[in-house]
Design a protein. Structure first.
Length: 230
């Protein structure tokens, strides 16, 4: 069941890549299986079907699963991170997608330094300026990226965004297109330590459009695991 759905999502990503018009069709896409609110048994099913990247949004939940899961995977933090949880986050996660303030970036840098790690991160952009969502406004992005590039224990790897939950999913397209443009520009900047290679955008309802418009990392939960029970 989970395996079938995982393969379906993989197939849809391939179809979306074929529909690309402004983005190289062969630019690969990393599929993150968003396992939040699903148990370790469900995670194993996805991993055995080929998932190698998992996404979680809460530190405590991720920690419990991290200690239980008997499969090697890459861990992504996709949810909002509080500064006081940076210490645990740097121990668990390979990539933190949700860095949205200088304050948080500095906390991650400090905690990563303590354990001798260089933490890979993405900066979250709030392109639609939704009050309910975190993320840097595009006007403030340059300053944020410049600062992050100076932090020795952080490696800036790209950008992340969450599209508004539009009734008509096509309404996301201009936003994804604009994000891809911003990402392309940021890639050109000769940073000292940054290695800009990921544009993380697209979830269950909008990932096919995100992939068409240039996402190379998508975060998909419901389409693989079914609805979450809270
Ligand atoms: C939960 C979550 C997802 C996955 O959402 P689905 O709609 O279940 O695919 C992706 N990104 C973030 C930031 C999330 O919190």
């Amino acid at each position: 069941m989970i395996a079938d759905k995982f393969h379906e999502v993989e197939a849809k990503i391939k179809e979306s890549m074929q529909r690309r018009t402004r983005v190289p069709k062969d630019a690969p896409v990393t599929l993150i299986a968003v396992t939040k609110n699903h148990d370790v048994a469900a995670m194993r099913e996805a991993i055995d079907a080929g998932a190698v990247e998992v996404g979680e949004n809460r530190i405590q939940e991720a920690k419990e699963k991290y200690e239980t899961l008997d499969r090697p995977v890459t861990w992504h933090l996709i949810g909002h991170l509080q500064t006081n949880k940076a210490k645990v986050a740097v121990k668990l996660f390979d990539l933190i997608h949700s860095v949205d303030t200088v304050h948080l970036a500095k906390a991650i840098d400090k905690e990563a330094g303590k354990i001798g790690k260089v933490q890979d991160i993405l900066v979250q952009v709030n392109l639609a300026k939704e009050e309910s969502k975190s993320g840097v406004y595009k006007e403030d992005l340059q300053e944020m990226l410049d600062l992050v590039d100076t932090l020795p224990n952080i490696r800036l790897c790209g950008l992340m965004c969450i599209a508004p939950n539009y009734e008509n999913v096509e309404d996301c397209r201009p936003l994804f297109r604009e994000m891809y443009g911003i990402y392309q520009k940021v890639k050109e900047i000769p940073y000292k330590t940054a290695n800009i290679k990921y544009l993380s955008m697209g979830m269950t309802h909008d990932y096919p459009i995100a992939v068409e418009e240039g996402a190379n990392m998508v975060r998909v939960g419901t389409a693989i695991f079914g609805p979450r029970q809270y």
